[in-house]
Design a protein around this ligand. Structure first.
Ligand SMILES: [Mn+2]
Length: 354
């Protein structure tokens, strides 16, 4: 009995090997068909005619395998083939396949994605000339090159402070010129581009606008440096496809910034997705930054989180700093004051990240 079993097992192994051999033969033949059709300029969704082949097979099926199973098996085999072909065809402009070396974005004296890390700091909202100048002067003294500040604020509630608008941008330009810093501010609609371009160096597209496709197309048609934030619930694929819109429309000066995603966790404002950093660095050639303020929503873990993302390969971090966070008109809870910034900054420098 056991001898018979052994014999059958041996037979089965032999059949499997033959099947594997035939499957490889089949793949080679299908590849050849695809190659010839491509040469002739024929591009079809189903170049090898899977449906037709499966119909042909089921009409000649001797059994005992039923036709449903035959259909399922052969469709699966060919489907993997079709997927492979379409995947090879689509090489995203943001991807490492399209461009293997890192994209370095230079804006005045700041460099993103280069050899050194970048610190972006400043208040959530621009509230007054005094407020911004106080922070900017302190940051500049500490060696920070890039100043952030919101003028057009996309707020969850319409009753919350909506930002100073163009007035805020004017303040930002004045202050930045005075202290000598590169500026980042958010725009929310294509109609704001021309005005903002007069006052701001880098345009931020916020999390809530990551899939505002008209805005992505519009900034794509400019040569302006863009800081694209990951959406609140966006997958990494959706994130890089949003960036692809900008590159596809002609602008390759794009930086990605992880800002936390929405999960069930309540101890942090969002969940900082650290794995996004090495994944985005691996899949794209764009600079990758992390907003540690919005991703955590709390001050006590900022330093640890900043160290973690820089160790994971981030090109820089963004943090919200306000001269008097308690009185801030937005994100009062998460902004750090100037002393706290100095501690944070020293922690990162002592660890060798800056
Ligand atoms: Mn904020």
């Amino acid at each position: 009995m056991s001898e018979q079993l052994q014999q059958l097992q041996f037979q089965l192994n032999g059949i499997n090997r033959q099947l594997l051999h035939l499957l490889n033969e089949q793949a080679r033949t299908a590849d050849e068909i695809v190659r010839i059709k491509e040469k002739q300029g024929i591009s079809e969704a189903d170049p090898i005619g899977v449906q037709q082949m499966v119909n042909e097979l089921t009409s000649h099926n001797p059994g005992p395998i039923d036709n449903d199973t035959v259909m399922y098996l052969f469709t699966e085999i060919f489907r993997s083939k079709m997927k492979k072909n379409t995947k090879n065809e689509r090489k995203l402009l943001v991807s490492r396949h399209h461009k293997s070396e890192d994209t370095i974005i230079r804006v005045k004296h700041a460099e993103f994605g280069g050899a050194s890390h970048v610190m972006i700091a400043g208040p959530c909202s621009i509230e007054s000339r005094d407020q911004l100048l106080t922070v900017a002067a302190a940051l500049k003294n500490a060696g920070v090159t890039v100043l952030r500040g919101g003028a057009f604020k996309p707020r969850t509630s319409p009753y919350d402070f909506q930002g100073l608008g163009v007035e805020g941008l004017k303040i930002m330009k004045e202050v930045a010129d005075e202290v000598g810093m590169v500026t980042i501010s958010e725009i929310m609609s294509p109609s704001q581009i021309d005005t903002a371009a007069r006052y701001v160096d880098i345009f931020q597209i916020g999390a809530r606008n990551m899939q505002n496709f008209d805005l992505l197309k519009a900034v794509g048609q400019t040569g302006l440096p863009i800081l694209l934030k990951r959406g609140l619930s966006a997958t990494l694929e959706e994130f890089i496809l949003a960036a692809e819109y900008i590159l596809y429309n002609g602008n390759d000066r794009v930086m990605l910034i992880e800002r936390g995603i929405r999960t069930f966790e309540k101890w942090t404002r969002n969940t900082l997705d650290i794995s996004a950093v090495p994944l985005l660095k691996q899949e794209t050639h764009l600079p990758v930054l992390v907003d540690v303020s919005h991703s955590t929503g709390r001050k006590d873990i900022l330093l640890s989180c900043a160290k973690a993302v820089l160790a994971a390969g981030a090109d820089g971090v963004m943090v919200e700093v306000h001269p008097n966070p308690q009185s801030a008109r937005s994100d009062a809870k998460q902004q750090i004051n100037i002393d706290e910034f100095h501690t944070f900054w020293k922690g990162l420098r002592d660890s060798g990240f800056f």
